[in-house]
Design a protein around this ligand. Sequence first.
Ligand SMILES: Cc1cc2nc3c(=O)[nH]c(=O)nc-3n(C[C@H](O)[C@H](O)[C@H](O)COP(=O)(O)O)c2cc1C
Length: 335
Amino acid sequence: MSKQPAFYIGDIPIDGQLILAPMDGLSDASFRWITRKLGSAYSVSEFINTLDYANQKSYEKKRLLYRDGERPFAVQLLDNDAVRMAESAARIEEEFHPDIIDINMGCSAKSVCGRGAGVGTMRDPQLVRDMFRLVTQAVSVPVTAKMRLGWDEVSHNFIELSELVVENGAKLVALHGRTQKNSFNKPARWAPIGELKRRLNVPVIGNGDVNSTADAKRMLEETGCDGVMIGRAAKANPWIFSWRDRGEVSVQEVYQMAHFQLEDMIRLQPERGVMPFRKYLKAYLDPYDLPRPELKALLTSSDPESLLGLMDKTFLSLGAEVDAPEIIDYSEIYR
Ligand SMILES: Cc1cc2nc3c(=O)[nH]c(=O)nc-3n(C[C@H](O)[C@H](O)[C@H](O)COP(=O)(O)O)c2cc1C
């Protein structure tokens, strides 16, 4: 008998309760693919700023690239203009065929929320209503929301705004248990996630400070939420989506995955070189306490071939086998 989905987004079944959180500069196509192979239940793109998308002819389409095997795939939109967002949503649906459109109500970067986008939308219920009404009219796929608790401590309006977005067609709400003012500093609060779950009749995803499988389990148990989004902790441990903590992952697995990721990132964005990969490599190597000069050489190497060579050497010295059969076959071409 096949397993029941964990929850549905509209009529899309979602298998699994752990999901990679969208992260600008981190949840790119390669990393999302890896996390999906390791168990993340669906994918959300880095935010697409529809101000840029609407106005720049050469908009970075790479941010919208995904593999078919990544489905369900959500494109996340960010803007402070509901009409422009809805028009962009329709174009994106036509050109890129995502399964879901997600609306960003959480980005706390000053340049974003200062103009009333991201968490800035949480100060403007009329804008939120218009965004959800117009975007759901413009596309045929389910629309979801990702928000924070509110702007600051005296304006926790996540319940009323969640109810508003659901009234206007949203099929899921992901809640990050912080305010704009908290940015990323204060610990995330989970009790509001439970409060929201009890109020809404669509799935609720909890988010914030899930750093281990025990945290994920505790968030699910304490709040009753339908799924858990994991952001920063996934950078060092994408295996968390297989319900495995970093200490349980072998050097061989780390080696094979890092190798695939570097090659895939270069394939996808050759013009950017190895730079964007370094932040992951640093996180993957952190537990091994490498001698400083060795680590420095790895993290400053700028030629993909030389870096792969250095990685082979390091991982061999840590006990990996360079020619061993693949533990996970990550290979799948882009559409
Ligand atoms: C570098 C970085 C980039 C982010 N970019 C996005 C984004 O594009 N869209 C979004 O909704 N949230 C974004 N976030 C917020 C995360 O999705 C998540 O809500 C937050 O990191 C809290 O989860 P965590 O404690 O598991 O990291 C970003 C966070 C980080 C650290």
